[in-house]
Structure formats: C-alpha cells, structure tokens
Design a protein around this ligand. Structure first.
Ligand code: NAP
Length: 418
C-alpha cells in the first residue's frame, strides 16, 4: 500500500504467511520504531550490531532492509501531533515483523499508553520474555546461571482489560447494587472501587498454545502454568484447567502432565515429552529464587506475568538487559522492556542490552539462529573484557565504563574476532 510519511526501502521483500507458516525471504523488510528518550542511542547502536551479525553469519547472502515507522514523539512531530498514526498499524499488518525502542506516554488526560495501544490494536496476545543470565553480568544471585526461563504472559485480558468503576460514581453504584441485590455478592465495603477480571477459554488457550508450541520448537523440557487458582477459582483456576485440557487435546504426543508422570512413570519423565505442570503464583517467586532449574517455559495470566517478568529480570541483571516481544498470530513486535529514561537522552550512555537482545529474539523468530548466536557470544566476551555501560560499571569491580556507541563497536569487533 502507499504510505504518507513512511518510506518503503528500494530493496527487500515482505515476510508472508502460507498455511499458517511464516515465509522469510533472504532480504526481509523489517520495521523499526526508534523510540523516545534514549531510543535513538540504543536503536542506532543495536542496528549496527544486528546488521554486522547478519553480514558475518551469512556473508551477504542474507540482509535486513530496515523500514522506519513512527510512534511517540517522533510521530507527533511528523503527523501533526498524532502519537500513534494509523499508517504505523497498517505497516505492521503488511510487513508483519518489527522492533521498537521505548515510547513516552504523554502525561495528561486522553492518552492511552502507546505500548498498550499497539498490543491491543494489533492483537499481540503473547508477551514473551526470555530470562537468562549472560556470563559476567552483575546479578544479586549466587547462581544466576541456573535461571533460563521464557515467560509467556497473556497480554489482552485480566484486570488489564480496563473494566473498572470508580468509587463514588453512578456506574459504580449501579454495579454495586446489581452485585448485592441480584448476584448475592455482598462481601465488599460500601463505596469500594470495583474492577472486573475477565479470563476466557479463548484468550487463555491461544496463549498456552503459543507457549507449548514454543517449547516444542525450541526443545524445552516443561511448561509451567502459573496461576492464583486457589483463591480466584473461575478466572485463575480456569486458566490452569484450560491449560491442561489444551495440552491433552492438542498436544497429546508432545506433552505429558506432571500428575501422569508421577502416577504412571514413577516420577521419571518419558524421553521426548514436555511436562505440563502448574504452580501457584506466589510460590513461583520463591521457587525462582531457590530452585529455578525446575522451570523452563512459563505460561501465565496478565497480572501475574507482569510481576514475574520484572522480578525475574532483576535476578539476572535488571531492566537494562531484559528483552521482550509481543506476538500475535502473524505479527510480532519486539521491544526494549525499559522506558525512555529521559534524563539520559542523547548522552550516549545507557545500556543497549534490552533492545539488542530483543533483536536477538527477532533473529531467532526469523530462524536466523547463527546471527543471533554470534551476538550473544560477542556480548558475553565484551562483558568478560569488562567493557560495560554505566549501569553495569557501578555494580562491577575493575570495569571500564564506555559509551553506548563504543560498547556496540566492541561487540562488533569481538564478533569479527578482533
Ligand atoms: P525507565 O525509563 O525504564 O527508567 C527508569 C530507570 O531505569 C532509569 O533511570 C535507569 O536507572 C534505568 N534504565 C532504564 N533503561 C536503561 C538502560 N537502557 N540502561 C541503563 N539503565 C536503564 O522508567 P521511567 O523513568 O519510570 O519511565 C520513563 C518514561 O518511559 C515514561 O514516559 C514511561 O511512560 C515510559 N515507559 C515506556 C515503556 C515502553 O515503551 N515499553 C516502558 C516503561 C516506561 P538509573 O537512573 O538508576 O541508572
């Protein structure tokens, strides 16, 4: 389609789908949203690294054609104050895969979070957060190397659906009256703010399906359903129940429930099977500190996933390095998980790790694992040489603090064997 402010690159082809399977050309057009605040610094540095890795891994046979699309402050400047232009959504629908830096949500009435808007409009229902430790990265744990999980957080339902009624409003009074008089639900104080937590079989199952499929594709050993079903039986408990049902109905060959492992296989997982198990959300935080090896892929509801993602990211180095993606049936949007850190704007100072590793996830999503692996090992080598950005430098002994751009240059040099 024709775009107004977006320039389609002269070379490169679209990613497409045939019978549900993604078709990736050797020269795909990938979208990027630069992001506000530190976005320019981390996007510039990361693109250099991604391009260098693709060049090194495939010697010119493969190449990315970047296409800039706009959101946030840069969009507002170009589109007469529109922070989330319609043609950005259109570009994602047409080109399918892209990556974004952090975006400012303007303060003041009338603005929804741009990130939430992107997820909802494009129906990106899985928020995927791999959490693993990279050699040398400062961590508060004694054995951070034991953590290697991938969190699938449901992105569209739960208390995030925004169905809330403020205390003191007529809508709140109407709902309270309905609950007390017609539903015999009286266990709340007068004037309580009220919120609704919708959790559906459709929303739960498509998320859990994506998590199990990921576990199969990436040869992972287990999928843990994390829920608070002991208290919230028909929402969180139902999520757990639907998860087991889905595994048995749609993946009977690939998966086995933990109950079946215990009852029929003496606690030994049969070869080649992915265990589907479940854990109450609060215990999961404890387990991820004390026995993280017992978990691999995690599928969970929106609010649990929000807490869990940030808590686990802190265990392996914090927001400066945690990558993420929002994925739907066809469209995938990879993103830095931190914000715009406005005080560091254009200081060439911050850690590009979160965006960089979101790009590594994007390369893996394209099945370009060789390029992804090159970045991971060059990154670890650079940290090992103790060249780091300010955030890691303040947690490490004998580290050399380098600007974002120099950090990128050192990773590229390490990738090229310098
Ligand atoms: P933030 O931008 O994530 O920054 C909070 C702190 O985290 C920074 O001051 C810095 O800590 C550290 N940090 C963040 N990114 C870093 C990086 N790449 N390298 C090193 N350290 C990093 O959170 P915020 O200040 O609460 O939010 C600022 C704006 O970002 C808001 O407008 C918010 O709406 C937006 N936001 C956007 C997203 C998104 O686009 N996905 C997510 C969250 C927030 P130190 O100062 O201690 O070094």
């Amino acid at each position: 389609m024709a775009y107004d402010k977006i320039t389609v690159p002269g070379s490169g082809e679209k990613i497409s789908f045939a019978n549900g399977a993604m078709q990736v050309p050797d020269n795909p057009i990938l979208l990027f949203i630069e992001g506000d605040g530190i976005g320019y610094d981390i996007m510039t540095a990361s693109k250099r690294i991604w391009d260098a890795a693709v060049e090194k891994a495939y010697g010119g046979r493969r190449q990315i054609s970047w296409m800039e699309v706009y959101a946030g402050e840069k969009a507002a400047g170009l589109y007469a104050g529109d922070y989330m232009p319609e043609e950005t959504f259109a570009a994602f629908r047409e080109y399918k895969v892209g990556i974004k830096g952090p975006l400012t949500t303007p303060v003041g009435g009338g603005f929804r979070s741009l990130n939430v808007t992107l997820r909802q409009v494009l129906d990106l229902y899985s928020c995927v957060r791999p959490v693993r430790w990279y050699n040398g990265v400062p961590s508060p744990l004694k054995q951070p190397q034991d953590i290697d999980v991938v969190i699938f957080r449901e992105n569209t339902e739960d208390t995030y659906a925004g169905i809330e009624f403020e205390s003191g409003t007529p809508e709140n009074a109407k709902l309270a009256k309905f609950l007390r008089e017609e539903m015999n639900a009286t266990n709340f104080f007068a004037d309580a703010g009220l919120g609704i937590k919708p959790i559906s079989p459709f929303g739960s199952k498509r998320l859990i399906r994506a998590a199990i499929q990921y576990a199969i594709d990436r040869k992972r050993s287990s999928v843990t359903l994390v829920h608070k079903g002991n208290i919230q039986k028909f929402t969180e408990g139902a999520f757990q129940k639907w998860g087991y049902e889905l595994a048995a109905e749609e993946f009977p060959e690939a998966t086995i429930s933990w109950d079946e492992v215990a009852a029929k296989h003496g606690g030994e997982v049969p070869d080649g099977k992915i265990v589907v198990q479940d854990t109450i959300a609060d215990i999961m935080f404890q387990k991820m500190l004390l026995r993280p090896r017992e978990h691999d892929v995690i599928a969970t509801t929106n609010l649990n996933g929000d807490y869990l993602s940030d808590a686990l990211a802190a265990e392996v180095g914090g927001v400066g390095i945690a990558p993420g993606a929002n994925i739907g049936d066809e469209i995938a949007l990879f993103e830095a998980t931190h914000g715009t850190a406005p005080k560091y704007t254009n200081l060439d100072m911050v850690n590009p790790g979160s965006l960089l590793f979101s790009g590594v996830m994007m390369l893996e999503h394209l099945d370009w694992f060789d390029a992804a692996e090159l970045i991971t090992s060059a990154y670890e080598k650079t940290i090992d040489q103790r060249y780091v950005t300010y955030d890691f430098a303040r947690q490490m002994d004998n580290a050399t603090k380098v600007p974002t751009s120099e950090f990128a240059t050192r990773i590229i040099e390490n990738m090229n064997g310098a």
